[in-house]
Ligand binder design. Structure first.
Ligand SMILES: [Zn+2]
Length: 199
């Protein structure tokens, strides 16, 4: 018997739709529900209306995968890209997740969409500094010229070949960076930065 959500720790609370047995789609009544796996969890998807049911984290992971693919952003760096894109005045122009074979480092190239960019960059730099203790790499925002003025978030690298350990550490940091960002954007110092200077 399938009760999606029933066997899902950390599902974030009950959703009334999850109470129904999953042999028919609660949205459209279609009797042919397909099971898809999302990471370690499984979700049910209606082949008729496309509705998806299951553990909230699994659904979020699946939505992340789809959004990343649609945007052409590598999945490991997508949550960080999404967080940066949400900042007013910043635009994500390019990103790479890096990898181990061959060892390459991740980066996110940011551009300024409007005058708010400097405040957001200052906040981002502050967030990096505050979170440095929990990061394996030394992350910086470098100003570069890439056909336009670009601000590149990346782990500091002295040049030459990238060591595989460095690439692994940088990949490991991506999730922590994203969580630091999600935490800091809600804090007063971030939300109220720059206030008064633009009036
Ligand atoms: Zn349906």
């Amino acid at each position: 018997m399938h009760r999606a959500g029933a066997a899902s720790p950390g599902g974030g609370g009950p959703d009334p739709r999850y109470g129904a047995p999953m042999d028919t789609c609660p949205e459209c009544g279609n009797a042919a529900l397909q099971v898809r796996s999302a990471g370690t969890a499984r979700i049910h998807e209606c082949g008729l209306c496309g509705a998806q049911f299951g553990d909230r984290d699994a659904l979020a992971a699946l939505a992340d995968r789809a959004a990343a693919a649609q945007r052409g952003v590598p999945l490991p760096i997508w949550p960080l890209v999404r967080g940066l894109e949400a900042l007013p005045g910043l635009a994500v122009r390019d990103s790479q997740a890096g990898g181990l074979q061959p060892p390459t480092l991740p980066f996110v190239e940011l551009g300024g969409a409007d005058a708010r960019v400097l405040v957001q960059l200052e906040n981002l730099a502050k967030s990096l500094q505050l979170g440095a203790g929990g990061l394996r790499c030394h992350w910086v925002v470098e100003v570069e010229y890439r056909r336009h003025l670009a601000f590149v978030l990346k782990p500091r690298h002295g040049g030459g070949p990238v060591a595989v350990e460095h690439a692994r550490d940088a990949l490991h940091d991506l999730d922590r960076l994203r969580r630091n960002l999600e935490r800091d954007v809600r804090l007063g110092w971030w939300r109220h930065a720059g206030e008064g200077s633009d009036r």
